[in-house]
Ligand binder design. Sequence first.
Ligand SMILES: *Cc1c(COP(=O)(O)O)cnc(C)c1O
Length: 388
Amino acid sequence: MENEKFSFETRLLHNQHKLDPVTGAVSVPIQHASTFHQFDIDQFGKYDYGRSLNPTREALEDVIAELEGGIRGFAFSSGMAAISTAFLLLSSGDHVVITEDVYGGTFRMVTEVLSRFGIEHTFVDMTNLSQVKQAIRPNTKAFYIETPSNPLLKVADIKAICDVAKEVYALTFVDNTFLTPALQKPLELGADVVLHSATKFLAGHSDVVAGLAVVKDEELAKKLGFLQNSFGAILGVQDAWLVLRGIKTLHVRLEQSQKSAKKLAEFLKNHPLIRNVYYPDLEDHPQYELQKRQAKGPGAVLSFELLDEDCLRSFVSSVTIPVFAVSLGAVESILSYPAKMSHAAMPKEEREKRGITNSLLRFSVGLENPDDLMKDFSNALHHIKQLV
Ligand SMILES: *Cc1c(COP(=O)(O)O)cnc(C)c1O
């Protein structure tokens, strides 16, 4: 592809949809039409109906496909719509091996919806390759990876798992929401389907809910395109435009947030009221080397565990900069409480078994000055110290 001579950050701006070919507009036009006039009774045009194909959504699909190094992208009405539609590639009687600290919504989909359709699953610790292999059954048709995982930032070896999957002719799905193609390219490591909650870093401004999928194989592209049209959970055109706009600044946002995340992780690691810090850039992170090898960076999300739930409650009520909310990957820093937010769908027992305790907070670093964030955290922690 002609664009390949450019670096990633340049390609965020200078791609095939940089200009509208009709008007020269420097922003992709929003095409609202749900249906398209056919000029010839025998030969229909490229576009016929908005669910099947829409030029604005198509621009986003082209852009994400190129950035992920795939051949086709698909845009959905949410990350869960993308993930759920990808799961429709499976059939009744199939089995999926899935990472145990998967996103709460994906956990719910697999355990409470797919199970009703006869699709079986086994949760494994994907950082442990022998567990992954042991989970294989004769009917295993897919491996589902999320790395770094949510919220414990465990890092799975994408290439090694893809190799295992290929041996048994199974597909590998990778949820690449946390790192985006700016930092990690699962298709290059052997994955078949890359999935995104574009709600997060790709769009980046907490103002749209969207999902994306990318594949690198023609056959799979046909199947997923068929499913996108059949199931119909497509992304609306205004939202597609918002994601396209967000993507233009992906590199600078992620770079800045990641830099701040590194500082914050170091700061928290050395604080006496913090029991654990989970961040792949810390040298004592169990998959520190692997993360360095398979991704360009650790990303901008970290988690940390306070001494106990009382400390957490005090911290959350004293901290002032971050919004305390569900979600991540935005311009503003977001502090989340996985136990009651992203992982509320997971039974307490399952949650704690996975290390997602009531004293754990997840922090998605935004674009604030990192010194302000550290000062804010420092004050909130100081406030706890007066309590204990
Ligand atoms: C948010 C999220 C999802 C779900 O995406 P929605 O856009 O909220 O439907 C899936 N995976 C990960 C890792 C997420 O953070």
